[in-house]
Write a protein that binds this ligand. Structure first.
Ligand code: AMP
Length: 282
């Protein structure tokens, strides 16, 4: 297990690797690791000779300073979890200064509207921040493959677009959503929920799966109204949005078309904690 805290040190090591044969996988994370992150790491290990896991809480993607401040930082535990998965991982955990060099500038990208819907509507400039850091990490690491979770499905589409726009030669590998036993999508934010609310938060996934079962029979409006009603009746979880959207363009739909793929997307507040999830509908 190797831990690098600066891009200079990491580059020194990676230039040695790049002389050799074999592929390099990258798993970008913000730390506070859980089984969701580890599933990406395991997949990367299976598919590559070398794997870099980055642990970096990226300030430019937080539109809410309190959210950034409260973001859990559990570095020692993260390293221990990664070590259990493999002793050969390359961890890159730089300070903000090393990445942004005193200039916390966010680059602006033309994402063709992918950044304006759903998360983009509620988190101003969030995706420009995400793309800014991912572009930097691609440049620093130079991976053959990079792993992103479908948990953040909109982010995954944005990264694919970024790779197109910037002509980066990397394969983007989507990874399925890991869930807690009750169905709640694993997230570092789940730690901030009380035990009681966390146990009942399976309600979010249950609502998504029922919406999915309705998708074959009912129209989009009726399903959206049904979801809104479920949350009104529930009281504990406050619905921010529920949208049925095209899986590729992410544009919300009001009517299904043949041969298109759709997903349902949801954002919910529970005890001031913002949770997101999504499900493939067809
Ligand atoms: P984060 O540390 O939240 O930025 O997440 C790092 C990566 O892990 C992103 O690609 C996420 O989509 C992915 N990820 C987070 N939670 C899950 C999960 N429950 N299942 C699958 N991937 C996840």
């Amino acid at each position: 297990m190797l831990v690098f805290k600066s891009k200079k040190e990491l580059n020194g090591y990676l230039s040695g690797i790049k002389q050799k044969k074999g592929t390099l996988g990258l798993v970008p994370t913000m730390g506070a690791l859980h089984d969701g992150h580890l599933s990406l790491v395991k997949k990367a290990i299976l598919e590559n000779n070398y794997v870099v896991v980055t642990i970096f809480v990226n300030p430019t993607q937080f539109n809410n300073p309190e959210d950034l401040e409260k973001y859990p930082k559990t570095f020692e535990n993260d390293v221990a979890l990664l070590k259990k998965v493999s002793d050969e991982l390359i961890i890159f955990a730089p300070p903000i200064e090393d990445i942004y060099e005193g200039d916390l500038k966010t680059e602006s990208f033309a994402f063709d509207g992918l950044d304006l819907v759903m998360e983009g509507e509620f988190r101003d400039n969030h995706f420009n921040g995400v793309a800014t850091i991912v572009k930097k990490l691609f440049k620093i690491v130079g991976p053959d493959k990079a792993y992103f979770g479908e948990k953040d499905y909109q982010q995954l589409q944005i990264i694919k677009k970024l790779v197109d726009l910037e002509k980066v030669t990397v394969d983007i590998i989507p990874c399925s959503i890991e869930r807690e036993p009750n169905g709640l999508a694993r997230s570092s934010r789940n730690e901030r929920l009380s035990k009681k609310v966390r146990e009942s938060a399976g309600f979010i996934y249950q609502t998504l799966t029922t919406a999915k079962s309705k998708f074959g029979m009912e129209n989009v409006n009726t399903i959206e109204e049904w979801v809104e009603q479920q949350f009104k009746e529930n009281g504990v979880f406050k619905l921010e949005y529920f949208k049925i959207a095209d899986s590729e363009t992410l544009l919300p739909i009001s009517k299904k078309k043949e041969r298109r793929k759709y997903r349902a997307f949801i954002a919910v507040y529970a005890e001031e904690v913002r949770l997101i999830d999504n499900i493939k509908l067809n």
